[in-house]
Design a protein around this ligand. Structure first.
Ligand SMILES: [Mg+2]
Length: 242
């Protein structure tokens, strides 16, 4: 393998609140669906559970497992496909989307191939990518259904999942750069040896998990190599990722 090939970066891009503004209308819709779904599952079969019970489950599972879905699977025998389908059925997706212009040009200016790595389900993330008109820029599309280790879902920030992904694609960690809005995911990626780009533009609302995503810190954590407000700043910051 030539030095050029070995050193060409491979970009792992998150989707929600990285390539588009999911907080604007999509996350609130998914969040409302999750509340209804969880209230039904936690209810007695006739009466849905209270909002307080739903909130406690969402926040508790999110803290304990990194995702509400993982707790629902573990403790309530929820089928992942069922949960993902119902919570992501949100009507006219295109009408709910907000995103920056010029993302295709930005992606073209980044050397190396790009992989989409999203904790969202495949169907929803394919639809979002199609509306963004970015499909052809990604060599692979890895959605939550593809993040299974030993038959269990292991979404970001799972280091086990990341290591297996690198092995499967024959990639050295140092070659890879994760571009994300979620700090927990960047921290674990850094621990695995990837380089990290933190996108802050869309951090203002509440994640579907029910947990506020806006970090209290204004400064750049040590596990973040590059912090950008807009993805359009990224090509000009490439030298910081050498
Ligand atoms: Mg995200």
């Amino acid at each position: 393998m030539s030095n050029l090939t070995a050193s060409t970066p491979v970009w792992l891009f998150d989707l929600d609140n990285t390539l588009h503004d999911a907080s604007h209308a999509i996350f609130p819709s998914i969040s409302a669906n999750m509340n209804i779904y969880i209230a039904r599952v936690l209810g007695d079969g006739v009466t849905p559970a209270s909002q307080a019970a739903v909130d406690a489950a969402r926040i508790g599972y999110w803290k304990r497992y990194g995702a509400t879905l993982l707790g629902m699977i573990k403790h309530h025998d929820v089928r992942a496909a069922d949960f993902l389908h119902e919570t992501h059925t949100i009507g006219d997706l295109r009408a709910l989307m907000r995103f920056e212009r010029g993302l295709a040009a930005m992606l073209r200016r980044l050397p190396g191939r790009k992989i989409l790595l999203t904790n969202a389900p495949m169907r929803y993330s394919s639809d979002v990518l199609r509306h963004l008109k970015l499909k052809r820029h990604f060599s692979h599309h890895i959605a939550i259904e593809n993040m299974q280790v030993h038959g269990q879902l292991r979404p970001k920030p799972s280091k086990l999942m990341l290591r297996r992904l690198l092995r499967k694609h024959g990639l050295g960690a140092r070659r890879c750069i994760l571009v994300e809005d979620t700090l927990e995911n960047l921290r674990s990626a850094k621990q695995v040896g990837l380089r990290t780009v933190w996108l802050t533009r869309y951090l203002r609302q509440v994640e579907p998990s029910g947990s506020a995503s806006l970090p209290k810190m204004a400064k750049q954590p040590t596990y973040v190599d590059v912090k950008v407000k807009s993805l359009r700043q990224l090509p000009a910051r490439l030298h910081r990722l050498r």
